[in-house]
Ligand binder design. Structure first.
Ligand code: SF4
Length: 555
């Protein structure tokens, strides 16, 4: 039965209230304010900008390392230092190579990891602050709403349909059923972060893929309150080596925040070979390294989170414009994987998108030809300069750490060109080696449990992510061909979803002696790893009912 939906029309609809989406909204409102003061036509209003955020509050799904390069924020909000919640300026930089028990400090910190002039921030707090500035401009910010599916129009997008609310787990309407809205806009901006569900569909359907497929890493982070004297405010350390083998692309970080809090985490490329590798366990083991343990011992875990990171860079950038739409921030592959930074490029891309949209609205032309100016603006800005210099960086590590470092050396003296340009890559899930085992389930009894003080199992960590979903709703993790899991994946890969998911969502169980995939969707922290790393690409992450998911307060 066709659902009758309420229709709303806006000039601009932004999907996702992260740094990119909010910067786009704020900058556009500033341009409209100036336009109105100068009595220019056509009449434009910030009230015709809508922003959708699937989290229960602005910032609740925002997770990052997070070190902020303030260059773009200074352009967006001059004098931001006076009001932005910047936890602390970076005071000390260090880089280490870890073996299982040792830590060798590099004689100098490699330039990409130098952070003087940058800030350690809580992305959650920074985004909340930006959200406040956006609201003051009269922009309509809707929390607890996700863009569920694109509305196709011309050769692009004409808006989105938001998710239906009040549907039970069998797909039947409950007493509180509210159909999703049909939100139409002259320009729809996709700012969903890495592996956005609307962006994924659109990029595939409109064939917008870049030269290389997108490749990702998974970052896992905990926030700790440590004993006084164990950490230094503004201390920033990055590590290479253990617990990741030299055949993997991975590393760790330790950032000292104010009030004896420490941000600690690891990030590993989702292109490892062993399908039974467990990124969450690797992170827990990282904390047992003597160097890290010394800092954390006696402290307490405050918050946990996980998120994917787009590593592909310039050559994985999809065409970011089409009829009626633009792609910005992480969704557009604008993260600098060498510097491990994407907040500043996300902000800048949001601003460049805002300028493009403003010109398009003034010209009453939102066709792809007009919006193509966005790509030109990126190419003429420092964003291209920064990303072009590292365009082959991540691909160089496909065959291991040492070869990657060698490639990186050549790239640094050739302006990013290196030995081969462009260096091609393939989606990370294609790198799994087959196990070719029997038809029985992999025994889970020896899985890592943690000691409950320094190290934790995944469920304890999920508890600390503040994750909450209404359990009586359709599963937002769609397995398109469930028979593959029990007929092929068991044998070929040992069901890696049980390992790569950092929230213990996927569980292989038996029912009447027959293997069955159980999905604990309520645990999901929205990292999107399953959508990316499933070897058969049969898992599809779609937004659950708005307001569900983690609450990354202070992260
Ligand atoms: Fe991440 Fe998928 Fe697990 Fe959710 S179910 S936490 S998106 S891997």
């Amino acid at each position: 039965m066709a659902i009758e939906r309420e229709k709303l029309e806006a000039d601009v609809l932004i999907i996702g209230a992260g740094p990119a989406g909010l910067s786009c909204a704020l900058h556009l409102a500033n341009l409209i304010e100036r336009h109105t003061k100068q009595n220019k036509s056509p009449a434009l209003s910030a009230e015709n900008i809508y922003v959708l955020e699937k989290g229960r509050e602005i910032g609740s799904h925002q997770l990052s390392g997070a070190i902020l390069d303030p260059s773009a924020l200074g352009e967006l909000v001059p004098g931001f230092e006076e009001s932005a919640p910047l936890d602390t300026p970076v005071t000390v930089d260090a880089a280490y190579y870890f073996t299982e028990t040792g830590a060798r400090k590099l004689p100098f910190t490699p330039p990409p990891l130098r952070n003087h002039g940058n800030y350690v921030v809580s992305l959650n707090k920074l985004v909340k602050w930006l959200g406040g500035l956006v609201e003051k401009k009269g922009i309509n910010l809707f929390t607890q709403f996700a863009g569920r599916e694109p509305i196709y129009a011309r050769d692009g997008i004409g808006g989105v349909i938001t998710e239906d609310k009040g549907v039970d787990k069998n797909g039947r309407p409950k007493d509180n059923f509210t159909p999703g809205y049909e939100l139409r806009a002259k320009v729809t901006v996709l700012a969903e972060g890495p592996r956005g569900s609307v962006a994924k569909e659109l990029i595939g359907r409109l064939k917008l893929e870049g030269l290389n497929p997108q490749v990702y890493g998974i970052g896992i982070k905990e926030l700790w309150e440590v004993q006084p004297g164990r950490s230094q405010t503004g201390y920033v350390a990055h590590t290479l080596g253990w617990p990741f083998g030299s055949h993997m692309y991975g590393g760790g970080w330790i950032y000292g925040l104010r009030d004896n809090r420490v941000s600690i985490g690891t990030v590993v490329g989702l292109e490892y070979k062993n399908p039974l590798f467990d990124p969450h366990e690797a992170f827990q083991r990282f904390k047992t390294h003597p160097f890290v343990k010394r800092i954390l011992e006696g402290g307490k875990l405050v918050r946990y989170g996980a998120k994917t990171v787009p590593y592909g860079g310039w050559y994985s950038m999809p065409r970011p414009y089409f009829d009626g739409g633009l792609i910005i921030g992480d969704s557009a592959s604008l993260l600098n994987s060498q510097r491990l930074k994407g907040i500043h490029t996300a902000i800048k891309s949001g601003m460049l998108a805002a300028e493009t949209i403003y010109e398009a609205l003034c010209a009453s032309d939102t066709s792809a030809a007009k919006l193509a100016v966005y790509q030109q603006k990126i190419e003429q800005s420092w964003v291209k300069k920064e990303l072009w210099a590292v365009r082959n960086f991540h691909q160089g590590f496909r065959h291991g750490l040492w070869r990657g470092l060698l490639y990186a050396g050549f790239q640094s003296v050739t302006g990013g060109r290196g030995l081969v340009d462009p260096l091609r890559t393939q989606p990370g899930y294609k790198d799994y080696r087959k196990l070719n085992r029997g038809q029985e389930l992999v025994d889970q009894s020896g899985r890592f449990k943690g000691d409950g003080k320094l190290t934790f199992d995944r469920l304890t960590d999920v508890y600390h992510s503040g994750t909450r979903h209404d359990e009586d709703q359709p599963c937002h993790l769609r397995v398109i061909e469930p028979s593959i899991c029990i007929e092929r994946c068991i044998r070929e890969y040992g069901n890696p979803c049980q390992y790569f998911c950092p929230a213990a969502v996927y569980e292989m169980a038996t029912e009447n002696g027959v293997p069955k995939l159980k999905i604990n969707a309520a645990n999901c922290v929205h990292c999107k790893t399953c959508d990316i790393a499933d070897p058969y690409q049969v898992i599809q992450w779609v937004p659950p009912e708005g307001g569900g998911g983690p609450n990354y307060e202070g992260m």
